[in-house]
Design a protein around this ligand. Structure first.
Ligand code: NDP
Length: 297
């Protein structure tokens, strides 16, 4: 079985290279892959890639993810986040492939304090959110054999991330100021990749399980709570810090104006996914602790 992975070098794409490898023959392409073409911005070449490989599964981990920059580059964001997934859906339909794609909590307006369910009304606040929403809609409308996972607050062990930034600042400064009025669940790229592999197997065996699902680690926190947790863990691991957890000052998001508006409530209800696939999503602290232990010991 051939699996085509697009966006292989991103946070999620990198972990998918690991988790998808045992499922079949993996063809992993990045934005700069030329032959076959892995550039989501070249729609005709993308169609040709799928037609040439004829994969049983297409996993798209590529996207325009620069949330603030998207406000000034709406056409590029639309091309990569909406048109390309639409083309992939048509190409997957034409060759009978299962299409896996990732979307975001940014499709919601972030109001209230409830956990968003898959069927709740959307109301994206930003260009990024609107283009991601259009992309997922094109897939759902075009090709029933899809898995679309809306996730939130993704981090990976590889490269930079929020936790590593907090650690660096806590070594350099006496106090940190971190937003305390946006809520969600930090979700590891590892977890996303592992759940994807399970769900792909389940959908190949039983296409009735295809659909759109919310996928995030369990529990919730604010960025402020997240930062405190990171520093508590670092101290427990013997790391010397100038600023400990009590030196993290809570501030509203309005203290850090950004080009794109972000939702305050990014809590996702994942009960549909857990029931459909018989999976348990671990608390967010578990993945963050693991990532910190790997980074610091
Ligand atoms: P990253 O920003 O880490 O990776 C995005 C990937 O997309 C990169 O490998 C990038 O490649 C690739 N890409 C950019 N332009 C193109 C292009 N023209 N053609 C092909 N690939 C391209 O993102 P994540 O791994 O964090 O995100 C994975 C998915 O999860 C995305 O769909 C994202 O929207 C979604 N998501 C992410 C969240 C987060 O907090 N990060 C939250 C919710 C959803 P290159 O580096 O070569 O440009």
């Amino acid at each position: 079985m051939k699996i085509l992975l697009l966006g292989k070098d991103g946070q999620v794409g990198w972990e998918l290279q690991r988790s998808l490898a045992p499922l079949g023959e993996l063809v992993a392409l990045g934005s700069r892959s030329e032959s076959p073409c892995g550039d989501l911005g070249r729609l005709d070449a993308l169609r040709a890639t799928v037609a040439a490989i004829r994969p049983a599964v297409i996993v798209n981990a590529g996207a325009y993810t620069a949330v603030d920059k998207a406000e000034s580059e709406p056409e590029r964001a639309h091309l990569l986040n909406a048109q390309a997934p639409g083309v992939l859906a048509e190409a997957a339909r034409d060759c009978g492939a299962l299409l896996v794609h990732y979307s975001t909590d940014y499709v919601f307006d972030g109001s209230g304090t409830h956990r968003w369910k898959e069927g709740d009304a959307t109301g994206a606040l930003s260009v990024y959110g609107r283009t991601k929403l259009e992309g997922e809609r094109l897939i759902v409308r075009t090709h029933p054999r899809h898995l679309v996972f809306r996730t939130s607050w993704v981090y990976a062990a590889r490269g930079g991330n929020f936790a590593k930034t907090m650690l660096r600042l806590a070594r350099e400064r006496d106090t940190l100021t971190v937003v305390d009025d946006q809520f969600g669940a930090p979700t590891g790229a590892e977890l996303l990749a592992d759940v994807t592999a399970h769900a792909v197997r389940a959908c190949l065996a039983d296409p009735a399980r295809c659909g759109l699902y919310h996928l995030a680690a369990a529990g919730e926190t604010s960025w402020h709570g997240y930062a405190r947790f990171v520093l508590e863990q670092a101290l427990a691991l013997g790391v010397e810090l100038r600023a400990g957890p009590d030196a993290v000052r809570p501030v509203p998001a309005s203290s850090f104006p950004t080009a794109a508006m972000r939702p305050s409530n990014s809590r996702l209800d994942t009960s549909k996914l857990q029931a459909a696939f018989g999976l348990v999503l671990p608390p967010w602290q578990q993945g963050v602790s693991r990532m910190l232990t790997e980074a610091l010991t």
